[in-house]
Structures are given as C-alpha cells and as structure tokens.
Write a new protein. Structure first.
Length: 65
C-alpha cells in the first residue's frame, strides 16, 4: 500500500518506487482506500455468506496456486 512509510523509508525515490512497482502485476502501489473499500464491502449485507477468508489486497503481488 502507498503510505508515508513507503515514501520515506522503503522506497524514498520515484525511481525506487517505479522499480518496485514492476513487481506488482497491476503495476502500481495500492491506495489505503483499496483496503477501505474491501472493509466496507465485508461489513455490508452483500458479504453475509463470507466467512473465514484471507483476502489479499495487493494488486496481485501475492501469487498462489
């Protein structure tokens, strides 16, 4: 997720961020709103039958079979 920590500690330069972004299948850092949208959905009646799931909000960075 794009955050202050990403900007100041992990990838402080635009070049560093661009290089790391190439590892993310969608090609860019997520925004905190991406997590908020998932949380809002999970709190809604539309998610009433979802239980015990691990949902990765990472632009495809986590790959599994």
């Amino acid at each position: 997720m794009h955050s202050e920590q990403i900007d100041t500690r992990l990838h402080p330069t635009p070049e560093s961020q661009a290089e790391f972004s190439r590892n993310i299948p969608l090609g860019y850092f997520g925004d905190p709103n991406d997590v908020a949208f998932l949380a809002a959905f999970l709190c809604s009646p539309k998610a009433r039958y979802i239980t015990g799931e691990r949902i990765h909000v990472d632009g495809g960075l986590h790959r599994s079979v």
